[in-house]
Ligand binder design. Structure first.
Ligand SMILES: [Zn+2]
Length: 354
């Protein structure tokens, strides 16, 4: 049997291998190349295995040449592998580079709702007059919502047409959605001793047809002050200060007799219209006055109901419609706008809280 010319065959293998290695441009191609030439089933391994077929005198030189080629190919492969890996990393870094000089993407920031902004403003004003802001439950018992406020079971305000009833109370307490923030009067007094000075902002619910000035859910702010020697003059002073803080230093307020079961005497109170200075305009419906809410001196029965001695303590209470304050201050003419979720409306108030 005639052996193949071994050295020329190895030269061909070398030329092929080097050219294939040059052509391998990524890590996958390099590994394929390694398997094809240096792997257990690769061309060089096959060549080494075939050495046994050579005549004995040619084997040592062919073996040396083949081993030298193996070392050369391994070294070239390692160098090439390192180059490709470096450039792959460089490519990836370039592709994933962050341009820290680019401007950031703006995240839309919400604005504080005008009702919330008004609650904050009112809380601040009352805090300066010594009132603490407290919050109460929106789901309330009839006991706190009505009984302790001198509203007996046969009072028209307890009628289903006004009150959202959660549980009529057969076999347990009557549960309602509070119709006003006034239940916190009793809750606060039950757990404090005079002097008491609190304001209570929060949602209230009435079973009511909606129109531009009525909503079935309204925000109220309740105020209560109880101490020895509190008089109607204190109530007037506090509400006058509120009107001036909200609507300007020259504002005047007006009290007119009104009836609420939990105060005696009771008043409604109004502020002279800041928009027309009391001469009459669309916002004040040409009366020159803007109604702010109801108030009065805490009824002795309410004080007695929470264990206060009405001979020793007196107090005043008031309730403000918060949406109404915003409407009066900013000339909003439809109360439904506050809960309608129209961002164009709400964003007009962004500057109030910026
Ligand atoms: Zn006016």
């Amino acid at each position: 049997m005639t052996a193949p010319a071994t050295v020329p065959a190895l030269d061909t293998l070398r030329a092929e291998a080097i050219s294939a290695l040059d052509a391998a441009s990524d890590l996958d191609a390099l590994l394929t190349w390694e398997r094809a030439y240096l792997g257990p089933k690769g061309a060089l391994t096959a060549f080494l295995r075939s050495l046994g077929n050579l005549p004995a005198d040619q084997r040592p030189e062919a073996g040396r040449s083949a081993n030298a080629l193996k070392i050369e190919l391994q070294a070239t492969f390692s160098g090439r592998h390192a180059d490709v890996e470096r450039s792959a990393i460089a490519d990836r870094l370039a592709a994933e580079a962050l341009d820290v000089t680019l401007p950031g993407r703006p995240h839309p920031i919400g604005t504080v709702h005008p009702i919330s902004a008004m609650i904050d403003e009112l809380s601040d004003i009352f805090a300066l007059m010594g009132f603490r802001t407290v919050y109460g439950p929106e789901v309330e018992t009839g006991h706190y919502n009505f009984d302790l406020l001198n509203i007996p079971a046969d009072h028209p305000a307890r009628d289903v047409w006004d009150t959202m009833i959660v549980d009529t109370g057969a076999g347990g307490p009557e549960i309602v959605l509070r119709t006003h923030t006034s239940p916190m009067q009793a809750r606060t007094m039950e757990t404090s001793t005079p002097p008491v000075r609190v304001v209570v902002p929060g949602r209230c619910y009435r079973y009511e047809a909606q129109d531009s000035s009525h909503e079935w859910m309204v925000h109220q702010l309740e105020g209560l002050a109880v101490d020895e020697r509190i008089t109607m003059a204190d109530l007037k002073g506090v509400l006058a200060e509120l009107a001036r803080q909200l609507f300007g230093p020259t504002r005047r307020i007006r009290f007119r007799c009104d009836f609420f079961p939990f105060v005696e005497p009771g008043v409604d109170f109004a502020v002279d219209c800041a928009i027309c200075d009391g001469t009459g305009c669309r916002v004040c419906k040409h009366t020159g006055w803007l109604e702010m809410g109801g108030a009065g001196m805490v009824h002795p029965d309410v004080l007695r109901g929470v264990g206060y001695d009405p001979e020793r303590y007196t107090g005043f209470a008031f309730g403000l419609g918060i949406a109404r304050m915003v409407m009066m201050k900013y000339g909003v003419d439809d109360v439904r706008a506050f809960a309608a979720g129209d961002l164009r409306f709400l964003r007009q108030f962004a500057s109030l809280t910026a």
